[in-house]
Design a protein around this ligand. Structure first.
Ligand SMILES: C=CC1=C(C)c2cc3[nH]c(cc4nc(cc5[nH]c(cc1n2)c(C)c5CCC(=O)O)C(CCC(=O)O)=C4C)c(C)c3C=C
Ligand SMILES: [Fe+2]
Ligand SMILES: [Fe+2]
Length: 370
């Protein structure tokens, strides 16, 4: 057996392209107990996610968590599951499609986008191999987490490296570390808040809720907490908010240790007592709506707020596949692929002609729609 992945059917002058790998966290295949058990086992066995020595962690994971949590989590997933499957997966596929369309217009030469999930399917190795088969000699990895965290971004890169170290002919590789302060991302967030305020009365407070991590990770040097606060500050600036008009909180606590504070759920229970009875809530760290936004923020925290005497609670959806988000991601991709050849060998004149015609047709269609 061969130790390395060889080049299949290679010939000189084979067409090349630039590859972009979009990566999100992953989601169970179905909202049932066996699928949840499989998904949680892979996710929670990752030492980047739970940084407890394996000898201490595995008895808890296999003895308690994987016996209790799959059923409880499956019930939550059932509440948000759609006819197109898990919201995270359905939205990620829409993002991939819209971005491919946008990059086809922006780039001279061919750019191929693949979607992967860090846990579950489609896996990072399978998506990287698809890019390889499409002739990607240069690959940009874009984890869809604006704020860098070792539990999300670093583990994505680990998995990419594990795959690439098996390739005979490695691709040129670039990584997007984060985009928490990218002007196009901040502007897309601000736009989504303004659009929301056009349709709904504005709350007294804009709560910006980010996924939490253990507090210990911050003290060990993970920049995630700082990056969340920077995103929040820039978004507040863009919206001309005074400090008392917005608040940063952290959600999705897991286990008994202390996580980043203030906690979103405790904040929602306390706000009405402070006289704040109307709030808008946004989750700027989630590129796509998922269990953590739709069930935990839109439903569960809404209930906490109302039970504590709150009156109006509006969740502002994640950026998902909205136009400004796709433009922002395309800006990030363009910036990080600078210097890479836009026209590759094998990119024939006929293909270039076809692209020019397609671009022209799109411009005509766009003009006709206006
Ligand atoms: C030790 C536990 C966890 C850490 C650390 C963690 C960090 C982290 N997670 C996200 C984004 C998402 N997490 C999602 C679900 C989810 N997260 C954890 C635990 C940790 N996350 C669990 C156990 C689950 C599964 C659901 C459950 O059983 O409660 C999701 C949603 C996936 C979906 O299918 O919809 C996302 C997205 C970030 C950004 C992050 C660190 C910054
Ligand atoms: Fe999580
Ligand atoms: Fe949660």
């Amino acid at each position: 057996m061969n130790r390395f992945l060889n080049e299949k059917d290679y010939f000189h002058g084979k067409a090349e392209c630039t590859g972009v790998l979009l990566v999100n966290l992953g989601t169970p295949d179905a909202p049932d107990k066996p699928s949840l058990r499989r998904y949680l086992r892979e996710f929670l066995s990752d030492p980047r996610v739970v940084e407890i020595p394996r000898l201490a962690w595995y008895p808890i994971l296999y003895g308690i968590i994987l016996n209790k949590r799959p059923a409880a989590s499956a019930a939550k997933y059932k509440e948000v599951w759609t006819e197109n499957g898990s919201p995270l997966m359905a939205i990620s596929l829409q993002q991939q499609k819209a971005l491919q369309k946008e990059l086809d217009i922006r780039f001279e030469g061919p750019v191929k986008i693949e979607l992967a999930m860090r846990y579950g399917n489609p896996s990072i190795p399978s998506a990287l191999r698809k890019l390889k088969e499409a002739g990607a000699r240069r690959i940009l990895i874009l984890p869809l987490y604006p704020q860098y965290c070792a539990a999300t971004n670093a583990t994505t890169f680990d998995k990419v490296f594990d795959e690439l170290k098996r390739w005979r002919w490695m691709a040129e590789l670039r990584l997007v570390n984060h985009y928490h302060d990218h002007p196009s991302y901040i502007s897309a967030l601000a736009d989504s808040v303004l659009q929301h305020w056009e349709k709904h009365p504005r709350g007294q407070l804009l709560v910006m809720s980010f996924h939490g991590i253990p507090k210990r990770n911050l003290t060990l040097g993970d920049p995630y907490h700082c990056e969340c606060h920077k995103t929040a500050r820039l978004l507040a600036q863009e919206l001309n908010l005074k400090p008392k008009e917005y608040r940063v909180t952290f959600q999705s606590r897991f286990g008994k240790a202390e996580w980043l504070q203030p906690y979103t759920d405790k904040t929602m229970q306390a706000l009405p007592g402070e006289g704040i009875k109307n709030v808008d809530v946004i989750c700027p760290g989630f590129a796509a709506d998922c269990l953590e936004t739709l069930e935990e923020i839109q439903q569960e925290n809404h209930e906490y707020f109302q039970h504590a005497g709150g009156e109006n609670y509006h969740y502002i959806p994640a950026l998902n596949a909205n136009g400004k988000h796709i433009q922002a991601l395309a800006d990030i991709i363009q910036q990080h692929t600078q210097g890479w050849p836009e026209t590759s060998p094998g990119w024939t004149e006929a293909a270039q002609q076809k692209r020019a015609e397609k671009t022209l047709q799109r411009a005509i269609d766009k003009g006709a729609k206006k």
